[in-house]
Design a protein around this ligand. Sequence first.
Ligand SMILES: Cc1ncc(C[n+]2csc(CCOP(=O)(O)OP(=O)(O)O)c2C)c(N)n1
Ligand SMILES: [Mg+2]
Length: 302
Amino acid sequence: MTPTSTPTTTQNRDTGTADFGTRIGRVEAAAYRARHYALNMGEVQGQGYVGQALGSADMFAAVYADQLRYRPEDPLWEDRDRFLLSTGHYAIGHYAALADAGIIPVDELDTYGSDDSRLPMSGMASYTPGMEISGGSLGHGLGVAVGMALGLRLKGSPSRIFNFLSDGELDEGSTWEAAMGAHHHQLGHLTALVDMNALQADGATRSVLSIEPAADKWASFGWYTQRVDGNDAASLLAALDNITRDAGITGRPSVILCDTKVGKGVPLLEEREKAHFMRIEEHEWQICREQLTTGHDGKAAR
Ligand SMILES: Cc1ncc(C[n+]2csc(CCOP(=O)(O)OP(=O)(O)O)c2C)c(N)n1
Ligand SMILES: [Mg+2]
């Protein structure tokens, strides 16, 4: 059975006061629910970007369940923090997080990718509450985030801007132009999270275009740079706390390079070779759900 969340109308996170262990538990629970949502969405279509959603669920959860200020009942609340999905095909992972956050109804996830759905396979700002930008053409999200961060600062807004990118988007010159701009304008309220899943549509990232040493590159562009295990809630939260503590002092934009595993939590999918766009047989969905649940329960028991 798919676990469900109880979205609250509270939008100001108690990150500054809550016990670190409590925060980790909250993020892990949100990621677990989101992984179930992603499997359910994938099953509607029989295929999709399920591996990415499973791999990045902890990243989305760390931001949505711990950092972001938002009002579920008012997605356009002026003072909300902005979460910009640059990698349009990760919409499935974003929808899972939006549903868990109470911004879209969990039941609506069943319409994922269908005609007339508000949840198309690639993120569309005009369709989906909480989707701040449209995706599809990779490498543009960070540029939009920089413009938005500048605009919000000019307006005196208290909002932070989070930008989600894939490692494939580090192949794009536009990403690095935006990175230079963010440093030039000292956008300390901008945080980029990059899913370093080592995968692209054409195969392994290292075989498509070598982007290492990625951390050195971001640091040389003037960013406050950290690299963490992106499937570990504690590491993600520690990195986000470092940013909260230091960004105000340094004034620099921040990036967290998150090493993740495609299909994380479902061994059957973690081992798939053709992982960018997965075709999953009808009988395999239930196996996936069971593996996810067993892994989660086993971890909880330890
Ligand atoms: C500008 C642009 N170039 C090419 C594509 C085609 N494309 C779609 S997904 C993809 C792979 C990009 O790498 P990444 O986002 O890391 O892939 P994943 O980890 O999801 O496999 C490519 C090249 C695109 N959508 N936009
Ligand atoms: Mg990738």
